[in-house]
Design a binder for this molecule. Sequence first.
Ligand SMILES: [Zn+2]
Length: 158
Amino acid sequence: MSELYEKYDIKESVVQKWAEKTYPQFLGNPSLLAQLYLRQVKKVTLDPSSITIMRGKQVLINELKEGEWCIIEGVVATKMRENAYSGCPVCMKKIEGEYCPTDGKVVPTTHRWIEYVVGDNSGDVIVSFPPRIANTMGDITGQILQIRGVLGDQGSFL
Ligand SMILES: [Zn+2]
């Protein structure tokens, strides 16, 4: 079971009951449900370092292959770049003015993509954090993270 239940003093039975209505297709993944429940019901912004990713193949950074989903574990060394844009608060797409083609009239919010250099003993790679994570993320320099993602054709991991 995920340590998030203990850390944040939430009951698995309560989370399961909530998830039966909201995420019935993911009932088999208590760690994922805890993250969703904390964010959406308890309004807790999780520290990325408190999240343990359970599944997937862990590889060294110099073993990353383009297009293959996997997990890396590394230390966040340097913030490289931050791109901010005005977007839809629902679907996160970039929009002009207050109209989203998917969601209609919305109040635009500022979304951010943030890139960090993450390295392990074998090498380093630029990791792009998308707005869903980056919008609420503080400075994570120096933290050791397990990150699930895929190496894209631009050479960055996201
Ligand atoms: Zn939208």
